[in-house]
Design a protein around this ligand. Structure first.
Ligand SMILES: C[S@@+](CC[C@H](N)C(=O)[O-])C[C@H]1O[C@@H](n2cnc3c(N)ncnc32)[C@H](O)[C@@H]1O
Length: 317
């Protein structure tokens, strides 16, 4: 096993993700269901589909998809997470979900097998995210759907990000490589009692996942669109949407819902800017090309700090 894979696998075996506290029950399920709708899909779409959950962790999402009628194969490199996942599925009596140990990078996946591949917050922790992506999508059936959620470079650099990248850099710089040392320092510097209400995770599950993972990379729309192209995947949709028109509609809508002063300020700022410079009315704003990518990423960087993005596509027939 690659040295990075081994370090990541060891960390997640000792601190399987996710493990919830009482505030976090169903948080990810609701979030995933909402995400599916934003992508133009729904949980109903998964019914009867053969799904690969690539990097399933403790299988929270695998079990949610299984409960929604999918037949799910959850794979992960962390023994600790797989043990937890298997126990939870058995407790629930779910028969349509299995878990096994596989590396997204080193192991072969059966070709043309899955209707849907979901890789949720995983690729950025592999030794080579592009290699892992290209390896797993070979197992997608022609016409099948791939849904990838991963760390977003521009969102994570945003000053409005709740867990900004600079905190990770500070911890790495001062505490070195050891996950335990990084977590100890992060706990001292950045963790406040009461945080567990907002993230809904056990305190150390949160801290190790945020500060202890030995490998974290960050990605962009452009990069994912290239991987799609090179793997014969046609782009379907993304969240936040890469298409500038959709991105602005979503941003303005979100700010309109916002009751905070900051939200109202950004809503006003967006209205004025778009009246003076109607960027979203250009034809190019409807497509995920360079024009859209430039401005959408700008919005994510300066206005709408969002740590992850999700992108989905279908395999050409
Ligand atoms: C942040 S957790 C996400 C778990 C789950 N997908 C979720 O969203 O709750 C990342 C998971 O990716 C797994 N992982 C990292 N690198 C991997 C690899 N090369 N092959 C398989 N799984 C990997 C880790 O073991 C860990 O369980």
């Amino acid at each position: 096993m690659h040295v990075i894979e081994k370090a990541v696998s060891d960390m997640y075996s000792d601190h399987p993700f996710p493990q919830r506290n009482e505030y976090g029950v169903n948080v990810m399920n609701q979030d995933f269901a909402k995400n599916m709708e934003s992508l133009g899909l729904s949980m109903g779409f998964l019914k009867g589909k053969k799904v690969l959950d690539a990097g399933c962790g403790t299988g929270e999402l695998s079990r949610f998809m299984a409960r929604s009628g999918a037949i799910v194969d959850g794979v992960d490199i962390s023994d600790g997470s797989l043990k937890y996942a298997t126990e939870c599925a058995a407790k629930e009596g779910l028969k349509n979900v299995t878990f096994s140990k596989k590396s997204l990078i080193d192991d072969k996946f059966p070709e043309n097998t899955y209707d849907v591949i979901v890789s949720h917050m995983v690729l950025h922790h592999t030794a080579d995210a592009e290699k892992a992506f290209k390896n797993i999508v070979k197992s997608l059936k022609p016409g099948g759907t791939v849904i990838i959620r991963l760390f977003f470079l521009w969102g994570r650099l945003s000053p409005f990000q709740k867990s900004p990248l600079w905190k990770l850099w500070v911890v790495k710089l001062l505490a070195g490589k050891s996950p335990d040392a990084k977590v100890k320092l992060a706990e001292k510097l950045f963790y406040k009692e009461g945080d567990e209400k907002s993230h809904g995770l056990n305190k150390y599950t949160y801290l190790y996942d945020n500060y202890g993972v030995p490998q974290v990379t960050h990605h962009t729309y452009g990069q994912l669109l290239r991987w799609f192209r090179e793997s014969g995947i046609d782009y379907l949709s993304s969240n936040p949407p890469v298409e500038l028109k959709k991105m602005i509609d979503r941003f303005v809508y979100n700010q309109r819902q916002s009751v905070t002063k900051r939200g109202r300020f950004f809503k006003k700022l967006a209205d004025i800017t778009l009246t003076v410079i109607p960027l979203h009315k250009a034809k190019a704003a409807e497509k995920p090309g360079l024009y859209s990518r430039f401005f959408s990423q700008f919005i994510c960087l300066f206005l709408a700090g969002t740590p992850m993005f999700t992108i989905c596509g279908t395999r050409r027939k």
